[in-house]
Ligand binder design. Sequence first.
Ligand SMILES: C[S@@+](CC[C@H](N)C(=O)[O-])C[C@H]1O[C@@H](n2cnc3c(N)ncnc32)[C@H](O)[C@@H]1O
Ligand code: SF4
Length: 350
Amino acid sequence: MSEKSVAIIRKWVAPIIKYYIKNNMIFNPLISGSLLRRFISYKVAKTPLSIMIEPICGCNLKCPLCTTPHKYMTRKQGMMNYETYQKLLDDVHNFAIVFNFGFAGEPLLNPNLFKMVRDAAEYNIFTVVDTNSTLINKQRIEEILDSQLNLLILSIDSANPTFFEQFRAGANFKKTIEQIIKLCKVKKEQKKTFPLIIAEVIVSRDNENQLQAMYEWLMNKIGVDDVWFKAICFPLHSQGFSNDHSVSDLVEKYLPKNGRKRYNFVNGKLELINPTMFCSWEHKCVILWDGRVGACCYDYDGTYTFGNLNEQHFLDIWNSKKYRYYREKLIRHKKLELCKKCSYSIDFGN
Ligand SMILES: C[S@@+](CC[C@H](N)C(=O)[O-])C[C@H]1O[C@@H](n2cnc3c(N)ncnc32)[C@H](O)[C@@H]1O
Ligand code: SF4
């Protein structure tokens, strides 16, 4: 890692340590889940460490296994307006450390996205954008590189055009890959450290035996800075999912046989492997596009929301009795209805 990267990363270490001290969590260097935290400290954090922001609830693709399936949502869909984002920034810039732009949709559909990233950078907030990569073009490449974004996560699930276009329904493999190559090339020409460009690969039946080849292709031919492999989720909680396709068909098509996976398929049912009680959402929240403050990224329909920052200060919502009670339950691992179905709380693959 270059000296410049080390210096920049160091910039965020101090605020994170301060966050732990301020919130009486010095016993818990691992964010959550430690025994000490569970039995010694019952205090919930007074401010969040990281905020996930939904620039838009809507997408240009229709991925068959999308974990935030728009087709089954009962909440209203829409785009975050710039005023709502400004209100968020006003409320949280004193303590926010990470902004993660993503959640239920394709963030690049919001024309203000990179303006929002730049605004956050002015307050030294570490910014992350998670994209399906299909909307990258010449103008977006300039915007990305000028925005001071820190981490760009690109979903690239296959080197096989047919599988790619099936898994990312509506995407054009050739066009998407060409634009990603251009982005990586221009970044190198401009000698920029940031954004770190990460290719995120969901491990599936298609690629489980070619992960090394995928890694080499992405690093050497495409030119990304690193590759992360992620275990596949089956969004079985979505009502209607099983009306469209039988679970066994989807398992046969997508669940890895031997590779990294979250489930075993037993007697016609998917069973989570190694569920643990690790959950980092006591330190995080989601801001839905309409300004509502939500509990976690598994709650795609916004069932657990605690107030709207267009009507209240963020901290009044975060420290409300209802939200504190919810986070206390998370710390003590009393099972909330939402958590019973969660497939993220296992010991790898988030
Ligand atoms: C809901 S997406 C939103 C961001 C963007 N639209 C995208 O797809 O990259 C958030 C993350 O969930 C991942 N994801 C979507 N469906 C998934 C699945 N069935 N299993 C695991 N991860 C999934 C995406 O690859 C992405 O990294
Ligand atoms: S691109 Fe992302 S948000 Fe859009 S359908 Fe696919 S997984 Fe869902």
